[in-house]
Design a protein around this ligand. Structure first.
Ligand code: NAP
Length: 450
């Protein structure tokens, strides 16, 4: 589904009309393209601090233009708005802030830097998890970073993103994998998010194909977000197995053939689904993505049994049952990565979607409740909660609701299936074991449920 207003606002005539009438002007977001290697295509600005010191050790793998905001920091050149290149990525290390008076350092760092932003810049603020800090004032100072980053996400404009990473004990070693995602166009439609990084001993040997040697199953893979996920996992080196309903078998097989993968035509709610899946995957899995999902919208007053049950079954019951069957049969390898697709409806609720929102909140429940259990086998489980993504599912929404869904976020536009796929591919990486039991919204910082 194309966004005609976005295309118009980015055309030569459209830019003039939009500016003359004072209309919102969403920018076409920069996205990752095949063949690209450097996560950051431009200058990175680092603040001082212990986390920035860690980052300065690998920053030359992210970009060849690294600057510090203070003279002599990490032997890097000092960045000034007047004499240095425009900024594509900014990292502020707030991990050592313990008093409210020190928070002014955020203003001192970002105020000049925001005068030198390039297009589609990516900002990451790094803190310490408040719950890991005994001193109540220091913990509150770290908690206050959430309000700052979420507000900055609403102010940055130019297609920019802002995230907060709370780095726990041992999480420093996994900053590279996280920044390769959050400072690059792979996170084009992710903003205002707060994530916790913990310890993880896994490594990525080749960042151009971080999933090499891994086998990944994606459900609902014949079209939309699922098809984008398998494309992206295959791009990153995974052997992909595509699953969808038997009615989609032709499309499924065609896509599997193009990606050099295998296909399984199966209804995940079928009575013998677990048995069929186990038979189709004798060698087990490293990556499991529960993407298949349906909507059957009605207000609760008009909701039929069929609508209610089918949505709960496809969206949460079947993924839970299949995951359990794979675990019971020891088919999920040590350090496996599980990703479930939720929705911001599961966070914010939505008119006419009691069934869908219930199922998608249930998906978050599965993620959070299974994480500690799976952690014992170094298996991570996370949820991605998309906002408005341009697919067949959202093309079916009536026009006025569709336009509202598209525009009510900091980016003023809908996301693409690729945006969800990039988030899934990041969670699927070996080093992303540093993150588990968490929900990442891919929603352009939607106002819903914020
Ligand atoms: P989609 O285009 O409808 O694709 C979903 C695929 O899953 C379809 O091929 C569908 O087959 C398949 N599927 C449905 N039930 C199945 C079953 N029982 N067994 C196996 N496969 C089944 O959906 P999408 O927009 O790409 O969404 C993908 C996921 O993202 C869903 O979980 C959805 O809830 C979630 N999501 C989407 C958005 C959005 O804006 N698009 C926003 C938030 C969350 P059929 O042809 O039978 O339907």
């Amino acid at each position: 589904m194309s966004d005609r207003y976005l295309s118009f606002a980015n055309s030569a005539t459209g830019r003039r009309v939009v500016s003359a009438l004072g209309l919102p002007a969403p920018l076409r977001l920069e996205r990752w393209t095949a063949g690209r290697n450097r996560p950051v295509d431009g200058a990175i600005l680092l603040s001082s601090g212990p986390m920035s010191k860690v980052i300065s050790g690998f920053a030359n793998k992210l970009s060849d233009q690294i600057f510090a905001n203070e003279e002599g920091s990490f032997d890097l050149p000092r960045w000034t708005a007047e004499h240095s290149p425009k900024l594509k990525a900014l990292v502020f290390d707030a991990s050592e802030l313990t008093r409210f008076e020190q928070l002014g350092a955020l203003r001192e760092f970002f105020q000049p830097a925001f005068k030198g932003l390039g297009s589609c810049p990516h900002v990451v603020v790094i803190g310490r998890p408040p719950q890991s800090i005994k001193d109540p004032v220091a913990a509150s100072v770290q908690r206050s970073l959430e309000g700052f980053t979420r507000s900055l996400g609403k102010e940055i404009r130019r297609g920019g993103t802002v995230q907060l990473l709370y780095v726990g004990k041992g999480g420093e070693t996994q900053l590279e994998g996280a920044l390769r995602f959050f400072l690059s166009p792979k996170s084009a439609y992710v903003s205002g998010q707060v994530l916790h990084l913990g310890a993880c001993s896994a490594e990525v040997k080749d960042w151009t194909r971080p999933l090499t040697g891994k086998t990944a199953l994606v459900t609902g893979a014949s079209r939309g977000i699922g098809a984008a996920i398998v494309e992206t996992l295959a791009r990153d080196g995974a052997d992909v197995v595509l699953l969808d309903v038997p009615a989609m078998q032709d499309d499924l097989e065609a896509l599997a053939a193009r990606l050099g993968g295998r296909s399984i035509a199966l209804d995940i709610c079928a009575e013998n689904a677990a048995q069929m899946l186990l038979e189709a995957l004798p060698e087990g899995l490293d990556i499991l993505v529960h993407n298949a999902g349906i909507t059957r919208d009605k207000t609760l007053a008009k909701m039929s049994d069929g609508f209610w049950n089918s949505v709960i079954n496809v969206n949460v019951n079947a993924p839970l049952a299949l995951t359990q069957a794979l675990l019971d049969a020891n088919k999920l390898h040590e350090e496996a990565r599980l990703v479930l697709i939720s929705s911001i409806s599961g966070i914010a609720g939505n008119m006419g979607q009691t069934n869908y929102a219930t199922s998608k909140a249930g998906v978050i429940g599965v993620t959070q409740s299974m994480a500690p259990v799976l952690g014992k086998q170094n298996i991570s489980i996370n949820a991605v909660a998309p906002g408005f993504i341009e697919t067949q599912m959202t093309a079916a929404i009536p026009l006025t609701l569709r336009e509202a869904g598209r525009r009510m976020n900091s980016m003023g536009q809908g996301g693409l299936p690729q945006d969800v796929a990039e988030a899934v591919a990041w969670f699927a990486q070996p080093t992303s074991g540093a993150v588990t039991g968490q929900v990442l919204r891919v929603c352009g910082q939607s106002l819903l449920g914020a």
